[in-house]
Design a protein around this ligand. Sequence first.
Ligand code: ASP
Length: 452
Amino acid sequence: MSEKRKMTLTTQVLLGMFLGIVLGLAFNLTGLNAGGTFTGDYIVNGLFHVVGKMFVNALKMLVVPLVFFSLICGVCGIGDIRMLGRVGTKSFALYMLTTAIAIATAIIIAAGLGIGGGLDLATTSDFSGREAPPLTQVLIDIIPTNPLAAMAEGDMLPIIFFSIMVGISILMVGTKAKSVVEGAEIANEIMMKMVNIIMAVAPYAVFALICKAVANLGLELLASLAGYVLVLVGALMFHLFVTLMIVLKVFSGLNPVTFMKKIRNAQVFAFSTASSNATIPVTMRTVTERYGVDNSVASFTVPFGATINMDGTAIMQGVATVFIANVYGVELGMAGYLTVILMSVLASIGTAGVPGVGLIMLSMVFTQVGLPVEGIGLILGVDRLMDMIRTAVNVSGDAAVSCIVAKSEKKLDTEVYNDPTAGALSVDDAIHIDPKIEEELAQVVDRVHGQT
Ligand code: ASP
């Protein structure tokens, strides 16, 4: 298969994103997105809404079985069970470190530029905060009382815990459990194939999702909050292109340009779904098949990162805190900012990577430092777009840390990492079915029927 053909899917997804932005803007500027118009009711909030939601559901559908089976395979294939502890410790430390750097950078940039000063927006807001769970409860909830309930709810930390326990217990049972491991390997492979199927429709779904999001953007609001938006996007880009890439280079020696080129698909999925959790299947595929990270590392670091690692969200919290403190004329001081850093890092552990969760974390931070929670109402209108961008940064952080940890454990195939075509998909090979295999399977089914 030629390289050109293989790159088609990424190109198509990017094209879908681009066309979605253009058409979305056109709808927005001409008012064709409004309720009561045919295009608004039946296209933007009808067809595009349905297609987008169906796609996000399809991704979410894969998350739990994929994490469960790949973690079982990961634990069983690890060879040395102590490695599990090391992977856990290293990834936790790196996730916390990058999140702390992220929010500190954000505060320094935002405070240095003095955003929000002189603005008088205080009376327009009506946001009431929600509590983020306390850390003690987060720790308790890591252990599920009912693993099936945790799976039904998609609670990532308890699912990770249960899957690791199953994997370790399988190892303890030994050869008798060989068929279970083989079963999990096959199930994992099947799930990864399903990721490919869903990726094949991604160009259209990404188009629909982004077109709807852009069409419904409050452009005037965006303009009135231009200072906040620009500083936030600037800090996010700085973290993505500078901080994360320095961390990647320093800790692993891997080439950041290669990393950036291969992460695009996962970033577009994160951007259009605004959910690190829903993006897990794509991040997992990117990390294992495009970067060459062994499943024994990726099966843990990717879902773990989607839950506890939120660099982009932390940056939003830093910028929003400075912005709202300035709008309300509250002097936070050094102690206040340090509390913000600590609270944001802690809050990211207990909250899942789903759309809009950053605002909930922000309300927790605000309560802690004595900022008015209603202040969050000021940035609510632009938060969806900011959520999309920061989720792309969150997911990039998950992938970067997965590469660093894998490299340090000698579980990264540098040949795959450096091969620009490794793991690249075209629509054709995404859903390729070998006619010979089809025939063979049909015979198996026939045989089984014959026996019954
Ligand atoms: N949507 C983000 C994520 O899934 C979390 C947030 O910032 O709201 O990573």
